[in-house]
Structure formats: C-alpha cells, structure tokens
Ligand binder design. Structure first.
Ligand code: ATP
Ligand code: MG
Length: 221
C-alpha cells in the first residue's frame, strides 16, 4: 500500500520533458512511492485539446515506460463533466486513506489556484508542492495568501509529518519547455526532438500533429 502519492494533472498536449522531470524529481526528492500523471479530459479553464484525452494518456504511457513509480492515471477521462482537481483528490483520498497525498504543480498553475473550483478544499485533502517555472512567481497570489501563509512547510520533513494541509516549494533544474512552445514549433514545421520524449515523437502521427497545432496558446513563452 502506497504511503506517499504524488498527483500531477495537466492537459499534457503534448506531454514533454519538463513534465517528465517534474514527476521524476518530485518522486525522488519527496520520497513518494508513486506519482500519478492524470491528463485532464474536460478542463474547466481552457478549451479541450484537439487531441483526444485517451491519446494524451497513451503518450504519457510511452514516456514513462520502465520509469519506476510513475503511473498513467485515466480517472479524469473516465469521469463525466468538468475535470475538477478537487473531485480527483476526493477519489484518491478514498483510494489511499492513510497516505500522504501531494498535489504537484508548476508556479504558473499555483498563481491561478484561487480560480480553481473549491480551491480552499484542496488542502483539506492533500499537500501542495510547487516548482518554479521560468517567468512565473513562486509565491502565493494575493488571493490565496491568507489561507496559505501559515501553512507553508519549510522542509520535506515538515511536509511528511501529516497527510495533507501544507504547501511546499521545491526546486528542480528549470526546463524552459511548454506545450505551447512545442505546438508553435510544430506549426512552423520545426523539430521538437529533445523537448518531447523520443518514445512519444516516434509514435506521433501526422494526424496527431494536425490536431495539436489547432490548440490555442496557453503558456506565454
Ligand atoms: P500549455 O502551454 O499548453 O499550457 P504546459 O507546458 O503549461 O502546456 P500543462 O499541461 O498546461 O503544460 O501543465 C501541467 C502542469 O505542468 C502545470 O502544473 C504546469 O505548471 C506544469 N509544467 C509544465 N511545464 C513545466 C516545466 N517546464 N517546468 C515545471 N512545471 C511545468
Ligand atoms: Mg499550461
């Protein structure tokens, strides 16, 4: 039974080496038994990707093959309605009642936390661990400050003393990679090797690329 579970959601359109490194470093640095990678199926804050969620899940599976402790999780694909993270955490809390749950995200997502559905409940279900992303602040936004200020954990030990309720910042060597930048390169007919795991690139079809390049820009880079 897992004692510490990382939860990492995103559009993953496509999954890239920035995502992969975040998941691996989080698993190793926070001593998580597993990190669950969860592609969002009906994101509430942005248009659905033109790439079907099942295809994005397949890409994750290709990227994490033989990487210990990373799991592709299809729960948001199986669920109807908007993919709210709070619902995902409620499910995971029921599945792992005794485990430390850690919701992983980049600093750009952290800055928008207050726009998430029932965001104040997230810390009642899990911890939050945030990594810096080039170009975005790693401090609670004005809107989240009151709730988060007293809940900051200074080190991993402090985080792991409870199953939920704290937030923590950890550094990973920054990779200035975003799916938006990858889609832009693809749109211009450029190579994205080195940004996207080879196993994904080797499986990517012309139809995949055609779908990806229809997605809107999301991350300003
Ligand atoms: P897009 O440009 O389409 O928004 P993205 O690269 O931001 O794509 P998402 O699927 O939106 O990827 O992000 C999922 C999660 O991964 C978010 O928490 C985001 O902050 C984090 N993330 C994405 N890229 C990086 C990176 N290079 N370093 C650290 N975190 C990242
Ligand atoms: Mg993004």
């Amino acid at each position: 039974m897992a004692r510490a579970v990382g939860v990492f959601g995103g559009a993953f359109a496509p999954f890239h080496n920035g995502h992969l490194r975040l998941a691996i470093e989080a698993r190793e640095r926070l001593a998580l038994d597993q990190v669950r990678l969860i592609p969002t199926a009906h994101p509430p804050h942005r248009p659905d990707s033109h790439v079907l969620p099942a295809r994005r899940l397949e890409w994750i599976k290709l990227a994490i093959r033989r990487e210990r402790g990373l799991i592709a999780d299809d729960r948001e694909i199986r669920r109807d309605g908007p993919s709210y993270t709070v619902d995902t955490l409620v499910e995971l809390r029921a599945q792992f009642p005794q485990a430390v749950l850690v919701l992983l995200m980049g600093s750009d997502a952290f800055q928008h936390l207050h726009t998430w559905y029932r965001w104040t409940e997230l810390l009642e279900l899990a911890h939050l661990a945030v990594v810096s992303r080039p170009g975005s602040l790693l401090e609670p936004s004005v809107e989240t400050c009151a709730l988060l200020a007293a809940r900051r954990a200074d080190d991993i030990g402090a985080l792991m003393q409870s199953r939920k309720g704290r937030w923590f910042q950890f550094e990973v060597p920054m990779l200035d990679i975003s799916s938006t930048r990858i889609r832009r390169l693809l749109r211009a007919g450029h190579s994205v090797r080195g940004l996207v795991p080879d196993a994904i690139l080797d499986a990517m079809t012309a139809a995949d690329v055609a779908a990806l390049i229809q997605d809107d820009d999301a991350t300003p880079t």
